[in-house]
Ligand binder design. Sequence first.
Ligand code: SF4
Ligand code: SF4
Length: 358
Amino acid sequence: MAKYGMAIDLDKCVGCGACALACKTENNTSFETNSKKFNWADYLTFTTGTFAAGDVSFKVVPVLCNHCTDAPCVEICPVTPTALYKSDTGITLHNQERCIGCRLCQTACPYSEHDVDEGDAQYSVISYNPDNGPSHSFYADETSTILNGTSSPKEVADLVAVMPPDKHDYTHPDYGAVRIDNVTEKCIFCDHRVQVGDDPYCVVSCPTGARIFGDMEDSGSDVSLAIANGAGRLKDNSGTYLGSGEAGTNPNVFYLGEGVPTGIKRREIETPVELISIYPNPSVNNAFIEFKLKDSSNVTIEAYNIGGKIVKMVLKDQPLIAGNNKVELDVSDLSAGTYIIRLSYGKTVSTANLVVSQ
Ligand code: SF4
Ligand code: SF4
């Protein structure tokens, strides 16, 4: 039986937010309300220096439930059987029918807060849908976005007669596609997707391939190889990492890259596709993407904006030869700015930035 975990490569993460938006659309979570975050995929952000001094630096650390092996949220849950429980595949699942909303799990989880505007917390792994909902309170607002010019969120919701109006539907034995009132909620590693062989939606939506999901017990899985020589794990929701010899709650979300205190050089995985260069950069009306393939294979190349939205499909599942390849990219219809070129072969992803100056 697989035991699932995730690695997040901070050197690849560009902080675009695509994973957080993907999670919101997949799991129909509410917008932040009354200091409850409802962001199952969230971020810690750190800014140092100043623009005036020319030394400003911005760092993003994506965060989510760590699916801890020794999960205190499960241990403290008072109902029988517990509403929070560990699945056979190592995922910390939540049964929303058994949950009585006592919030003890929020207190026990070192990565959670009842209210994120108390103290210094930027996020909470576990959120709580208050009594007397509605759980999507944004859509109860009767104020027009532009006075007398647009409809209100409530009018949209009433018209569609679905909550939320952009609901993505799925089924799972433990949880519904939308949370009910008076229960807690958190990331469930998209178990409804994992059970049918798909990766969590945040993983497939990351334009840079920074998130790696898989079986921790398979030493040859991508996630096992990625952390084979060491990785950091968060201690709490302040951004502090567990120290050497510290196990904490045995989190199963791992961090790689600069700033993560592993003290060990990362193992470089031989990739079947290696992005070499993009030029001219900045360009006139076209750019060339050069890359090397280890074997002949089908390749997809997409261009994303820095908001994580795909703006151009360059190649889709195109069979290409082993060795050096060059693909022309028409940039005449792209406005000036920075784009992420994502080149994928199966689950292997290479990325590079393209600056368009026209
Ligand atoms: Fe439970 Fe918190 Fe660990 Fe997630 S991060 S398994 S909610 S203790
Ligand atoms: Fe268990 Fe629900 Fe209480 Fe959390 S709020 S401890 S899941 S019953």
